[in-house]
Design a protein around this ligand. Structure first.
Ligand SMILES: Cc1cc2nc3c(=O)[nH]c(=O)nc-3n(C[C@H](O)[C@H](O)[C@H](O)COP(=O)(O)OP(=O)(O)OC[C@H]3O[C@@H](n4cnc5c(N)ncnc54)[C@H](O)[C@@H]3O)c2cc1C
Length: 394
């Protein structure tokens, strides 16, 4: 919490307007701070009288920045295919770019039960210099404590300057825990990253409902942590690189007693491919009109070996689970082909599918916004066209 130097304070109220948390009042011509203060310091920057003091804290403050180096990415496995998820390579590719900007190396962290297929080749392709790998049967499936303890131990030992996490379901659980344990900052769901001239990672992400882009840095702490959603970054082939060094780590994972244990994994109807990983995604919108028609579009997706996706309205109706929602509060996708049925094309949806290479939309309204951004527009009834396609494909 900030403190006000009453002798210097003129009671101008500029700090009150600068405070994002409504934590400052002006009483008797003096600024007064309430418990809502987060100590963010936005007011101190604006105060013309230099009357605001932010207490120095050493919690988690990196003593010596020079000991922290390299850009790391925490990798995630695609268990169904026994290989790395696409997002892992997207992060490594971005790590390569950031490392080149700042004269550092690229490191990967993998926790798994076995080596992924094509691991070295994939790492070479994106220019990863080395990987720290922990293999254990218990690391087959994500577990909050096992994974976070392991990553924290690894970071404490090797001191990377930057660690990138996938903003997947597991990554969104892991990254904040690691950040708390290391007492350092984390910016979730970045849409772009950069390096400033001081070696700070510039973590860029939309805020206030996407109305502004915030550029966030972690100037006092190391490492700097950021997560990025799948399909936001691209995978670029690196120039000529040596084969990556693979370090098989021991002692990072311990079979410790835990309050929380994975007892069993029970199967669910396995029709939902991961929309973020599939090359063809068929999306059902509210215009399909009913759960029955949603099921029809789902059957079509299955026949096409495509993933089924949905808009938020369809998820809210309970026709589809949240994990297949595409858009701002769902997943970002970048398939080769996107086909929508009864989707209007609201910004919150299109923000999550605009990177699809070829977009086809079915809608019965010629003025639908989705038609303005698609490569092929089919004007007609969603149910009828799904029927016709099902028949054709069968
Ligand atoms: C903070 C916030 C976050 C959000 N996040 C997301 C998100 O992640 N993903 C998301 O999808 N939405 C999100 N939304 C909701 C978003 O704003 C839209 O409400 C939603 O995308 C609309 O879904 P829809 O296109 O399925 O439905 P509608 O907007 O109802 O559109 C239905 C479309 O179907 C057409 N149609 C109707 N009948 C037929 C028929 N018989 N045959 C063919 N076409 C037909 C209509 O012409 C219309 O274009 C978010 C909203 C907010 C405020």
């Amino acid at each position: 919490m900030i403190t006000i130097n009453e002798k210097k304070c003129s009671g101008c109220g500029i700090c009150k307007s600068a405070c994002l948390f409504g934590a400052i009042e002006v009483r008797d011509k003096k600024a007064v701070v309430s418990e809502a203060c987060t100590g963010c310091g936005a007011c101190a920057e604006k105060c013309p009288c230099k009357a605001i003091e932010i207490p120095e804290t050493n919690v988690g403050k990196a003593e010596d920045f020079d000991t922290y180096k390299d850009v790391w990415a925490v990798l995630e496995m695609d268990l169904s295919r026994g290989q790395l998820k696409k997002v892992s390579l997207e992060l490594l590719s971005e790590a390569r770019r950031l490392a080149d900007l700042s004269g550092q190396k690229v490191g990967a962290v993998l926790l798994a039960d076995e080596m992924p297929k094509g691991f070295e080749e994939n790492l070479s392709y994106v220019g990863c210099d080395y990987a720290h790998v922990v293999l254990d049967e218990q690391l087959k499936r994500y577990h909050t404590l096992d994974f976070s303890n392991c990553v924290v131990r690894m970071v404490e030992k090797y001191k990377p300057a930057v660690v990138l996490f996938p903003a997947t379901e597991n990554g969104r659980d892991l990254a904040p825990r690691v950040s708390c344990a290391l007492q350092t900052g984390l910016t979730a769901d970045c849409t772009a990253l950069d390096m400033d001239e001081k070696g700070n990672l510039v973590q860029i992400r939309p805020t206030y409902g996407g109305n502004i882009m915030a550029s966030i840095i972690t100037p006092n702490h190391r490492p700097q942590l950021a997560s990025v959603r799948p399909n936001v970054l691209s995978i670029e082939q690196a120039g000529q690189k040596d084969k990556p060094m693979i370090f098989l780590e021991s002692g990072m994972f311990t079979h410790e007693e835990k309050d929380c244990r994975l007892l069993k994994v029970s199967g669910r109807e396995n029709v939902f491919q991961d929309v973020a990983e599939s090359s063809v995604v068929v999306v059902a919108g509210y215009g399909v009109g009913s759960k029955e028609n949603f099921e029809k579009v789902k059957r079509l997706a299955l026949k096409m070996n495509a993933a089924i996706g949905a808009t938020r309205k369809v998820v809210d109706e309970g026709w589809a689970p949240f994990e297949v929602q595409v858009g701002q509060t769902g997943k970002t996708i970048a398939p080769d082909v996107y086909i929508s049925f009864g989707v209007s094309g609201a910004l919150q949806h299109t923000i999550g599918m605009q990177k699809a290479k070829f977009k086809i939309a079915v809608n019965n309204d010629p003025a639908a916004a989705i038609f303005k951004m698609c490569d092929a527009a089919i004007l007609g009834d969603a149910g009828e066209i799904a029927d016709a396609l099902l028949q054709e494909i069968s």
